[in-house]
Design a protein around this ligand. Structure first.
Ligand SMILES: O=C(O)[C@H](O)[C@@H](O)[C@H](O)[C@H](O)COP(=O)(O)O
Length: 265
């Protein structure tokens, strides 16, 4: 049975028995956020990441969600993208397109993928420019607390090293305060060139979801969530702290097995 825990300062933790249960809860929660956002502002601006979370979102293409979600109101962005052609197997856009976007009636002009004909630096600049236009037209809201866009939902996976989006441990882009979108050319996870939302953008979102599954993520989950003290490594996932928004972690019990006081090992 799933366990939902309100952590005192790390948001809500949802620990699931298996991937099937996690996936059902995840798509249910995303569908709920979409409904609230469409009711409140007529739009749902969601930023996706790459990795295994996309296959966990596939149930969105099935009943009842394929009929009940207001797909015409969805605007899709990427919290991070690999700088490869859109047709390349490594492309996060291609991953989402093949698994979800082609299977539901999303408006093609609402899908904001990066320009794959540019260098990493140019693509990051152009993507930020696109988001600035969409903030002006209120497709994406503006944060009340920072000079940042306020996405309705940013969906993140987490690597075994605690990276989220393309923000890797000890990388200088973790300190970026001014840019909304930046780039790296030395990603430890291939491919090396990527663009990524910065921490101020992630932490200005209305909702942030982090999904982590499998035992290889257990140590990073512990370091990202538990009170580990200043001597432990500060993982990017621990820096995810939406100032006004809601943070929800979706784990399977393997990923949650090293959480303090864990009943999941
Ligand atoms: O493009 C990417 O590489 C991702 O956006 C990255 O942040 C991913 O979400 C994590 O590495 C988790 O990936 P897995 O769930 O596949 O481990």
């Amino acid at each position: 049975m799933a366990l939902f825990i309100k952590h005192k300062d790390r948001g809500e933790l949802r620990v699931h028995e298996n991937l099937d249960e996690l996936s059902t809860d995840l798509v249910d929660y995303v569908a709920e956020l979409s409904e609230v956002s469409v009711k409140e502002r007529g739009i749902f601006a969601i930023a996706l990441s790459g990795g295994s979370l996309i296959s966990l979102m596939r149930k969105l293409c099935e009943a009842p969600y394929n009929k009940t979600v207001d797909w015409a109101k969805w605007y899709i962005f990427w919290a991070d993208e690999r700088v490869v052609a859109k047709s390349h197997a490594d492309s996060n856009y291609k991953l989402a397109k093949d698994n979800i976007l082609l299977k539901v009636p999303i408006v093609p002009s609402h899908v904001h993928s990066i320009n794959d004909s540019l260098s990493a630096e140019e693509a990051a600049d152009e993507y930020e420019f696109v988001i600035r236009q969409l903030v002006r037209t209120r497709v994406v809201s503006v944060s009340e607390i920072s000079d940042c866009p306020k996405f309705d939902l940013i969906l993140l996976g987490m690597g075994p090293d605690g990276h989220v989006a393309s923000l890797f441990p000890n990388h200088p882009v973790l300190d970026e305060k001014d840019e909304w979108v930046t780039f790296i050319t030395d990603s430890p996870k291939p491919p090396p060139e990527r663009i990524t939302f910065t921490l101020p953008v992630i932490n200005s979102a209305s909702n942030v979801i982090v999904v982590a599954t499998g035992s290889s993520k257990a140590e990073a989950v512990h370091l990202a969530v538990d009170d580990v003290g200043p001597d432990s490594p500060l993982l990017p996932a621990r820096m995810v702290h939406p100032a006004k928004g809601k943070l929800v972690w979706f784990f399977d019990k393997l990923a949650a097995s090293k959480l303090e006081g864990s009943q999941f090992s």
